[in-house]
Ligand binder design. Structure first.
Ligand SMILES: NC(=O)c1ccc[n+]([C@@H]2O[C@H](COP(=O)([O-])OP(=O)(O)OC[C@H]3O[C@@H](n4cnc5c(N)ncnc54)[C@H](O)[C@@H]3O)[C@@H](O)[C@H]2O)c1
Length: 317
């Protein structure tokens, strides 16, 4: 099988590409190396894939590159490229979100339709649900995004479904709930907290810390994504959560336990776009994909902490 992975140099995309290669597949990876974090870091995330003979990297924007050529011989598309992050999606930056998350998706879908690509899996987000107290979140619940980022992820999700309903391109969308683990993006809470523990610097917590998230380890996300490609029902949307509801204050305590370091916490007001709670109802993914998360939050934090320390060890050599 040959797969196209968009956003392949990113946190989740690099893990997915490696897993596909490990299973003996060929992977064409595309990434524009956007500057949400450094090019060096993204390239280093691709080290394993680039060493593999089955991997080919194409650098460029989905809005600009020759997609017909890129899709030549491709069996399935995993569409993970997007500008992520809720907080920076206000103001002028929204243009980037609209271009990369929505317009790029529409161009990719058109190319898939023309090339008659059989199947596309889209990485959507729990942020499509918005700030709700209807927990756990079920796929049939009302979607009322609370941030411009969430609006673009929901709009692209609708677009993806349209190409199934109108043209038979088999699409499956996955609503990922807060992903963590090795290579987590530097703007995300767990990575910021672990780095502060490593460096002995203080951490900034937005709001009272009683906001909660369903944290999902990247290994479980990759597992669910592969299952969606293999057996997801076309046109459907599935939640992918890690199975626990943890407040930021509880997370800080767990991080102190895992790292054996005390964290010094500075509190600032909550940011616009941040929701109070997320929690996935994963019964649809369990039923259709036979998916259940396997990595507990403590195990996942230990894995991410070990990875962070291995990077520090390499840097000091
Ligand atoms: N990390 C999470 O907690 C989380 C949660 C829900 C959904 N998601 C979704 O999962 C996907 C991956 O997120 P991530 O955390 O790995 O982010 P990331 O920033 O690490 O990876 C995304 C990659 O896509 C690339 N990219 C963006 N727009 C592009 C374009 N137009 N053309 C080519 N490349 C482009 C970027 O350069 C980047 O390397 C995104 O679609 C995101 O919305 C992530």
């Amino acid at each position: 099988m040959r797969y196209l992975v968009t956003g392949t140099a990113g946190f989740v995309g690099s893990h997915l590409a490696e897993q596909l290669l490990a299973q003996g597949s060929e992977v064409v990876g595309v990434d524009a190396f956007l500057d949400n974090y450094s090019r060096e870091r993204k390239l280093s995330q691709l080290t394993g894939a680039l060493e593999h003979p089955g991997f080919r990297l194409v650098e460029g924007l989905l809005q600009e590159i020759d997609l017909a050529g890129l899709l030549e011989g491709v069996d399935h598309v995993f569409h993970l490229a997007a500008v992520p992050g809720v907080r920076p999606s206000w103001g002028k930056a929204f243009q980037d979100y609209a271009d990369n998350n929505l317009l790029a998706t529409q161009r990719l879908l058109e190319a898939c339709r023309e090339r008659e690509v059989p199947r596309l899996v889209y990485a959507s987000s729990s942020s499509v649900y918005g700030d709700t107290d209807q927990l756990p979140m079920h796929e049939d619940a009302l979607t009322l995004p609370f941030s411009p980022y969430g609006v673009t992820k929901l709009a692209a999700e609708h677009m993806v479904r349209l190409y199934y309903r109108n043209f038979g391109l088999e699409t499956v969308s996955l609503r990922y709930f807060t992903v963590y683990g090795s290579r987590q993006r530097p703007d995300m809470a767990i990575q910021r907290f672990l780095l502060a523990a490593a460096e002995g610097s203080s951490v900034t917590v937005f709001g009272d810390g009683e906001q909660s998230r369903d944290f999902t380890h990247v290994a479980d996300i990759v597992d669910a994504t592969l299952r969606a490609a293999a057996r997801g029902t076309p046109g459907r949307v599935y939640n992918v959560g890690g199975g626990s509801r943890v407040t930021v204050n509880e997370l800080l305590a767990l991080i102190e336990q895992v790292t054996g370091r005390r964290l010094s916490v500075e509190r600032t007001p909550a940011k616009p776009g941040d929701v109070r709670a997320t929690l996935a109802d994963c019964s649809s993914a369990r039923q259709d994909l036979d998916f259940s998360p396997r990595v507990s939050l403590k195990e996942g934090l230990e894995e991410q902490w070990a990875w962070l320390n291995s990077l520090a060890g390499r840097a000091s050599q």
